[in-house]
Ligand binder design. Structure first.
Ligand code: NAP
Length: 476
């Protein structure tokens, strides 16, 4: 049940605002950092922001989600480093909301709490065989290759895997296909986890099926990501001619698109047809208009049964996939479902289970029963709007939330009783024996990883266990 905190009282707008306004931001990914930036930019209102993350390291999906061969995208962390230098900022890594710090404790120490915890779990396909050995959510494969400390014990045996199926047509599916197929020596120079390089060096993977339930015109992947697959050394991107014969609904869909992405994707895909199967040893095989209906095998994955789809319009006029009753079995030894992320419920905070987000109106958290804003609670990023958009999308998203928060403050909606002692939170965490990591601690980890990487000709060699990270944060 949602706990309401009816501790607002309205002051006249002219009344003194708190000095400083103390805000806790939970989740140190892009949305969290952009929210911090907006809050600390205020010139007429002193603001102090403490940014918490359950990991010892900041940057959320930029560190743990963006693919290691996309270092240009990861360079956005330089902006976050600058934000962290602003007066009024503190970082508390390795602090888990709900366990190390409860909502009541937060609200005793901060005027406002802003949640930017992202969407960490995965969606399920809901088909028989989904839990066989060798069937995984793409999210954990991504976390594993990015050295996330909670996933470093996983083993992906690629040495006995000749074919892999990836379900989904988004950029995460493309990332997984690319990491499985890019030459290992290229990947080894990035910040990819060392255990992943070891597994990839043993890889026997020859076929990577990428399965889209709708057609090529409706694919969610973006064109630069698709084109990258056409340029991988030693890899053929194989497109089936029958998939490129568009139906009238797809023609209509294309005519309605305001962005050129789908058209560009079709051009890239059509451009692949001429080479057929190609001559390279490894194939990424795109199959459109197919849905997995069963993962085959007794203990381990041995294949996937797919059903051919056709496009139909739903009651809102959107195109959806409908099964035709025509089936095919694809042999594979590993399957990744890459069909979208989902948010986690946070203790004491309203949560919409179906949508996997915190219910909100323009970033103001809403009580599910009354539909009214829950005082002092705000939300930004994927846990606010769902898992969509690129990193930069979170900037406008977080700005809108902070604008709502500050508008409420300027309306005089301020909690009367919060501890203003800045030392209260470090003292509380220490009393609970929480080994929190400051931003200076993270900078020590950062330097350590960079110098380990430099010794091996890599961008960075990540520390992949909590113990290693905490030890490095503490190192003199
Ligand atoms: P996404 O873009 O939402 O794609 C999800 C895919 O899963 C869609 O193709 C969807 O098909 C499909 N799907 C959903 N339910 C399905 C089901 N039951 N069976 C079969 N297919 C199903 O999600 P994502 O790939 O996880 O990416 C999340 C966000 O991060 C996106 O905004 C993405 O662009 C971004 N991202 C960007 C990059 C990059 O810029 N390089 C890299 C990674 C992620 P329908 O369209 O038919 O629903």
């Amino acid at each position: 049940m949602t706990v309401l905190h009816p501790v607002y009282f309205r002051k006249p707008v002219s009344a003194n605002l708190p000095t400083p306004l103390r805000v806790a931001v939970i989740g140190a990914g892009p949305a969290g950092f952009y929210a911090v930036e907006e809050l600390l930019k205020q010139t007429d209102l002193p603001v102090a922001v403490d940014l918490f993350d359950r990991l010892p390291t900041p940057y959320g999906l930029v560190r743990g989600g963006v693919a290691p061969d996309h270092q240009k995208i990861k360079a956005v962390t330089r902006q976050y480093e600058k934000i962290a230098q602003r007066p009024g900022f503190r970082f508390f890594g390795n602090v888990s909301f709900g366990r190390d710090l409860t909502l009541d404790e937060l609200l005793a120490h901060y005027h406002h709490a802003l949640f930017a915890t992202g969407a960490e779990s995965d969606r399920r396909m809901g088909i028989p065989g989904e839990d066989l050995l060798g069937s995984f959510p793409a999210t954990i494969f991504v976390a594993w290759y990015n050295g996330h400390p909670d996933f470093q014990d996983l083993r992906f045996d690629l040495s006995s895997t000749e074919s892999v199926a990836i379900v989904g047509n988004g950029n995460v599916a493309i990332d997984v296909a690319r990491i499985l197929s890019r030459p290992v020596d290229e990947l080894a120079k990035t910040d990819i986890a060392e255990h992943t390089i070891e597994a990839l060096r043993q890889s026997a993977v020859k076929n990577i099926y990428v399965l889209g339930r709708r057609g090529p015109a409706q694919a969610a992947f973006t064109n630069p990501e698709l084109r990258e697959l056409t340029e991988l050394p030693g890899v053929d991107l194989v497109v089936r001619p029958e998939d490129m014969a568009l139906d009238p609904l797809s023609d209509e869909f294309l005519a309605q698109q305001s962005e050129p992405m789908s058209q560009r994707n079709l051009e890239t895909l059509t451009g692949q047809l001429v080479k057929g199967e190609g001559t390279q040893a490894r194939k990424i095989r795109l199959h459109f208009l197919v849905s997995p209906v069963m993962v085959l095998g007794t203990e381990r994955v041995e294949g996937v049964r797919i059903e051919k789809n056709r496009l139909v319009k739903d009651e809102h006029g959107n195109l959806k996939a409908q099964g035709t009753g025509e089936y095919q079995d694809l042999p594979c030894q590993m399957i990744f479902r890459s069909i979208g992320y989902k948010g986690h419920r946070l203790a004491g905070v309203p949560f919409d289970e179906r949508a996997g987000v915190i219910p909100n109106s323009n970033g103001r958290v809403l009580d599910l029963t009354s539909g009214l804003p829950v005082p002092r609670l705000y939300v930004a990023g994927w846990i606010k709007r769902g898992p969509s958009g690129v990193i930069g999308t979170n900037k406008a998203d977080a700005s809108a939330t902070v604008a709502a928060l500050l508008a409420d403050v300027r309306q005089g909606m301020v909690a009367p009783e919060v501890t203003t002692d800045a030392e209260a939170i470090p003292t509380l965490l220490t009393s609970k024996q929480v080994q929190y990591v400051t931003f200076a601690g993270w900078q020590r980890i950062d330097q350590h990883e960079l110098s380990r990487g430099q010794e091996q000709g890599k961008v960075r060699n990540k520390l992949v266990t909590r113990d290693q990270l905490l030890e490095s944060a503490e190192a003199a």
